[in-house]
Design a protein around this ligand. Structure first.
Ligand code: TXA
Ligand code: MG
Length: 312
């Protein structure tokens, strides 16, 4: 396959949009993580995403659009979906709702589900790419399936060099964790994946969230083992053993610290990059991880850490 083009934030935008319009896959920055985008209305383009990621094809994709109105052309947003959209878009929230029959979205995007996942990203480069291409963009995180999500263009190339047409470089992603995924229906609101918008902020608008009762795995971010570094992880460690490297939080002694001041937002932004760096440093040893408080963004951080630590 051809080498992957590295596109600059300023000069590369038109090139990236043009590649999307001819059915190529482009990695682009969002405020959460880098996405691997393709025209969501073009089944062959979407197939290239699955191919590049080696992703099991039963896992549906999130469609990225530029506005609440554009989202409402794709899905029916029953109350309180619209209130959530107005409160958190653009931003790190994905809403899953019934897909409209005239959405034009390729079947491969939903993997046959009657619902569609949609979000309006807040990153300026993502917004400009959606606008310049004039397309709804299907985009999973831009990593090989099962590996750590990328928060820089270099991470994208580590996993997908030669497998995608281009990467649009917008520097490091400010949030660093994937979007919160919420299913909205008249029966109630269900948290499918914790993420960049804390669950407490969602329920402030919707009232209590329903338990996610589905045993069908429709979200790979919900597979027990996911986001996995090559090294094994030991969680809630107060210090490291001699044969371990240490990922700290707050005042713990460590090889790398998610946030020396104990700031969960900073920890989220550093999580995936630090896991990658420690994975290299560990060279086969175990990674010990300091306890992270479980409130707010900490719930999403702990969710990712538990999956990274799960037996494979
Ligand atoms: O922050 C994010 O959400 C990033 C950026 C690129 O937007 N994207 C991302 O995509 O994390 P991905 O594919 O790695 O995770 C999307 C999750 C998957 O677990 C997928 O199964 C789930 O969304 N999903 C998509 N459509 C769904 C649907 N109709 N019902 C339930 N889950 C769905
Ligand atoms: Mg992913």
């Amino acid at each position: 396959m051809c080498p992957t083009e590295r596109l600059d934030a300023e000069d590369g935008l038109a090139r990236a949009a043009a590649l999307l319009q001819v059915g190529e896959t482009i990695a682009f920055p969002t405020e959460t993580v880098y996405g691997l985008g393709a025209d969501a209305t073009d089944g062959a383009a979407v197939a290239r995403i699955y191919e590049a990621k080696s992703r099991p094809s039963f896992n549906p994709l999130i469609v990225h659009v530029g506005s609440v109105q554009a989202a409402c052309r794709l899905i029916d947003l029953p109350d309180p979906g619209l209130r959530l959209a107005e409160a958190f878009w653009p931003g790190p929230l994905t809403l899953v709702a019934p897909m409209r029959p005239d959405s034009g979205i390729a079947d491969l995007v939903t993997a046959g589900l009657p619902t569609l996942a949609v979000r309006v990203p807040a990153h300026p480069l993502a917004s400009r790419l959606i606008e310049a291409s004039g397309l709804p963009l299907a985009a999973p995180s831009a990593n090989p399936s099962g590996r750590i999500s990328p928060t820089t263009a270099a991470h994208v190339l580590d996993g997908l060099e030669g497998r995608i047409a281009a990467v649009l470089d917008g520097g490091a992603c400010p949030v660093g964790l994937e979007s919160t995924i919420v299913h909205v229906s008249p029966e109630g609101t269900t948290l499918l994946r914790p993420g960049g918008v804390p669950a407490e902020e969602i329920s402030r608008i919707t009232g209590d969230l329903l338990e996610d009762a589905s045993d069908e795995i429709t979200a790979p971010g919900r597979l027990a083992s996911h986001y996995a570094p090559a090294s094994r992880l030991r969680l809630n460690a107060h210090n490291s053993h001699s044969d371990e490297v240490m990922l700290g939080f707050g005042s713990t002694a460590s090889d790398l610290n998610l946030s020396p001041s104990g700031d969960l937002r900073e920890a989220a932004a550093n999580l995936f990059a630090h896991l990658r760096a420690l994975d290299r440093l560990a060279a086969g040893r175990m990674i010990a991880v300091a306890p992270i408080p479980d409130a707010g963004l900490g719930a999403a951080i702990n969710d990712r850490l538990r999956r990274a630590a799960a037996p494979r």
